[in-house]
Design a protein around this ligand. Structure first.
Ligand SMILES: *[C@@H]1O[C@H](CO)[C@@H](O)[C@H](O)[C@H]1NC(C)=O
Ligand SMILES: *[C@@H]1O[C@H](CO)[C@@H](O)[C@H](O)[C@H]1NC(C)=O
Ligand SMILES: *[C@@H]1O[C@H](CO)[C@@H](O)[C@H](O)[C@H]1NC(C)=O
Length: 476
């Protein structure tokens, strides 16, 4: 586990999420989010070589987007931000390698066209490369001239209301990629071969290893990528702005979703995106209220199957699975890390210390509209808030077939007893906050956590441990 000793306040908030397994909440859907298409779509500006093809069938599916909706958002100012520039001297399994930019080894599979001449005459400008982290044993890959063929991805459509797809199996929501589900235009560089697989098994084993993950959907996605010539590369839409392609598993669980957010954040930083990317879920999961947070953090989100016809991305980023982040690996691997402020690290660079969790915490809070740099000096005159995070019964997944998951049976009893205990200590200015997170929007949850001095919640349910854990949030 990460030593939380000197970690800052906001990092502590984040650590509470990750390390104490406060199983905050899976939301179920009281109000489904309509899938709004806010991508910046260019009526197909195809490479010259293919522009003679008529794509009238596909053109009618082009959504009409007004320019004001298509603009991607700019990065918020994060007081704990430190540059993510590549530096080859990040030590293996150091704190920075786990939480920051340990993606130090770049492998070019398809090089970027270096000259205009190449771009124009040697193909539509496709490229692909991976940034590998030996510490995390995973890669952030990116490419240009990437075409997604939704009809070659077998999975449910995704984004449905949970009630509408009750009983659907998890397997049906996970993508199966047929060959050519993704393609990259490689033009004349194909040397007359019509089609070629992008990645060999050796490449995948070395840079996108399966590890302990039973279904490594991102590895399977990259395995499906074909290099094609210009004439086979037809796009009904071009997404001009950088877009993260990602697959989720426990999409309704807030801990796992944090790992997905973190992976998406790190991918955006490592690839140096100038603005917040769009997100495409390459999975077929039902909708959850957590999608609001995806929209707050990034420019927009959309499900892969919502694209009716092949869509091309000028710049696609293949985001590692949440299981491959330090947040998840920290559950089983020892990560030797101390927290430090960004200001301290500017003056004293040290890869054994990190401000990355504070940085990401500020990303979350600023996405929700909280001032990122609000000073948090303990106010001794106000009440000490004790937040009790409740776990209500809820309907988490279609796979539960309408059966709500049973939670802690005597939770109310525990709450009543705490509340009694608090009123017995009225001299201490204690205030017990009833954290009914399932009924609170994300912003209210974060507010409750920001205002809390002590957070109490049940730890992650393992077969033999159903204990409570108490974690102090800041110095008394
Ligand atoms: C494209 O469509 C136009 C009108 O719809 C037609 O006149 C033309 O012959 C078509 N071109 C090709 C290459 O199919
Ligand atoms: C870096 O941080 C570690 C752990 O906090 C500490 O033991 C070490 O002395 C620091 N190194 C430098 C050069 O300050
Ligand atoms: C609160 O005080 C009452 C009366 O003094 C006592 O009976 C009860 O056990 C106390 N409860 C707790 C939780 O401390």
């Amino acid at each position: 586990m990460v030593a939380a000793g000197k970690i800052t306040m906001k990092a502590a908030i984040m650590l509470l999420f990750f390390l104490n397994f406060i199983w905050l909440y899976t939301y179920f859907i009281d109000h489904p989010i309509p899938v709004n298409v806010h991508f910046h779509l260019h009526q197909h500006s195809l490479p010259e070589a293919t522009s003679t093809n008529n794509l009238t069938d596909n053109d009618q599916h082009l959504p009409l987007t007004s320019p004001s909706l298509s603009v991607s958002k700019s990065w918020p100012i994060l007081p704990s931000y430190l540059p993510w520039s590549q530096s080859s001297d990040v030590r293996l399994r150091s704190c920075e390698a786990y939480f920051g930019n340990g993606f130090t080894r770049t492998i070019d599979l398809v090089s970027r066209p270096t000259t205009d001449f190449q771009h124009k005459f040697a193909g539509g400008g496709g490229w692909f490369r991976c940034h590998y982290s030996e510490t995390l044993r995973s890669s952030i890959c990116e490419g240009g001239g990437v075409r997604m063929n939704p009809e070659r991805i077998r999975m449910s459509n995704g984004g449905e209301k949970i009630e509408d797809v009750m009983g659907r199996k998890d397997e049906d929501e996970l993508p199966i990629f047929e060959a050519g589900a993704f393609q990259i235009v490689a033009g004349e560089r194909l040397e007359r071969e019509k089609k070629k697989k992008l990645a060999t098994a050796e490449f995948l084993d070395a840079y996108v290893p399966q590890g302990e993950i039973l279904r490594h959907t991102m590895r399977e996605l990259i395995d499906s990528v074909e290099l094609v010539g210009d004439s086979d590369f037809k796009c009904s839409e071009w997404v001009e702005e950088p877009t993260l392609l990602l697959t989720r598993f426990e999409y309704a669980n807030v801990f796992h979703t944090y790992t997905d957010w973190y992976s998406a954040y790190v991918s955006s930083r490592v690839t140096g995106l100038p603005r917040l990317p769009h997100v495409v879920f390459v999975d077929g999961h039902a909708t959850t209220r957590l999608e609001e947070m995806w929209d707050a953090l990034f420019s927009s989100h959309r499900f892969a199957k919502n694209f009716i016809s092949p869509v091309c991305f000028r710049h696609a980023i293949f985001t590692p699975l949440g299981y491959e982040t330090a947040l998840f690996k920290g559950l089983t691997e020892t990560i030797d890390c101390d927290g430090a402020s960004a200001r301290y690290l500017w003056a004293n660079p040290n890869d054994s210390k990190t401000a990355r969790l504070s940085e990401f915490g500020e990303m979350i809070t600023s996405a929700l509209g909280f001032p990122a740099d609000r000073p948090r000096s303990p106010d001794l005159t106000s009440d000490i808030n004790i937040l009790f995070v409740r776990r209500e019964d809820y309907l988490a997944h279609p796979r539960h077939g309408g059966k709500v998951e049973s939670r802690l049976s005597n939770e109310q009893e525990v709450f009543d007893s705490l509340s009694q205990w608090v009123s017995n200590h009225s001299g201490c200015k204690l205030k017990l906050v009833n954290g009914l997170f399932a009924h609170m929007p994300m912003k209210e949850q974060i507010r409750a956590i920001r205002d809390a001095s002590v957070i109490i919640g049940r730890s992650w349910s393992r077969p033999h441990s159903h204990g409570f854990c108490v974690a102090e949030n800041h110095d008394p």
